[in-house]
Design a binder for this molecule. Structure first.
Ligand SMILES: CC(=O)[C@@H](O)[C@H](O)COP(=O)(O)O
Length: 257
């Protein structure tokens, strides 16, 4: 299983905790999938109606490691402040760092992301930056102290899957020893299987499970898919070829031409 900042997680599936029809359904999705990490939006939850309620206890009881995130932050200052709140609330150095730079696509702000990551790494945080597939940006994030990267599959909430396969393959090839987690934009288990089959270590998703007709079943589907993809990756898949090649032997045929 993947190791993030010296911690081995129990599953290649990481789930968000927002948008479920009820807390019960959220808990079922975790139990049924065995998701190893639960990410929680500190800013939304701490400021919203669920603040100070049983929601925090529910998250702690999911049996998954908590990865607080800075979702909804659009500036370095906001993200750094939110990370500090998260560390206090959850007593963890882990932080999923989101610094959003574009309202329509929710694309990360690459400049703000590197700056916030630098500040937080210097302050002892273990940062999981939500980034694009850009290799230069990845290099900068690693140089300021990040030891895990979370490239997007597609914009958050779209369910489009792996939009830039070339870019993601390049990122994987350039950083073979860095744990890479596809974060956001997955809509179907087949897309998650494709990600782990390409060699990505894990996937993080929320909308596709929370908004499914049966979230717990969908979560289980994703859990099975990421394992299937990983098995295929480790099994060294065949290379595709243009020309047909018979897969059944020709000796012993009933009729010979
Ligand atoms: C939960 C979380 O951290 C989101 O910001 C994340 O990126 C999930 O994206 P999807 O909802 O597209 O799966």
């Amino acid at each position: 299983m993947p190791v993030f900042y010296d911690v081995e997680v129990t599953s290649r599936l990481m789930l968000g905790t927002a948008q479920y029809p009820s807390p019960k359904v959220l808990a079922e999705a975790f139990w049924r999938s065995g998701a190893g990490v639960a990410t929680v939006s500190v800013r939304r939850e701490a400021g919203g109606e669920r603040a100070g309620t049983a929601f925090w206890d529910l998250v702690r009881d999911l049996g998954a490691r908590v990865l607080p995130n800075t979702a909804g932050c659009h500036s370095v200052r906001e993200a750094v402040t939110t990370a500090h709140m998260a560390r206090e609330l959850f007593d963890t150095p882990w932080i999923k760092l989101e610094v959003i730079g574009h309202a329509d696509t929710l694309q990360p702000d690459p400049f703000g992301l590197v700056e916030a990551a630098r500040i937080l790494c210097e302050d002892g945080f273990q940062v999981f930056p939500y980034t694009t597939e850009d290799v230069v940006l990845a290099d900068r994030l690693l140089s300021v102290g990040c030891r895990v990267l979370m490239p997007w599959g597609a914009p958050i909430g779209t369910g489009l899957g792996l939009v830039n396969r070339y870019g993601l393959r390049t990122l994987r090839a350039q950083f073979p020893d860095v744990p890479l987690v596809i974060d956001a934009g997955l809509g179907r288990p087949s897309q998650a299987a494709e990600a782990t089959e390409m060699g990505f270590d894990a996937v993080l998703l929320n909308t596709a499970v929370a908004k499914a007709g049966d979230p717990a079943a969908m979560a289980e589907g994703f859990a099975k898919a990421v394992e299937a993809g990983r098995l295929a990756y480790e099994a060294d898949p065949m290379e595709p070829r243009d020309m047909a090649a018979p897969s059944t032997p020709v000796v012993g045929r009933a009729f010979l031409a």
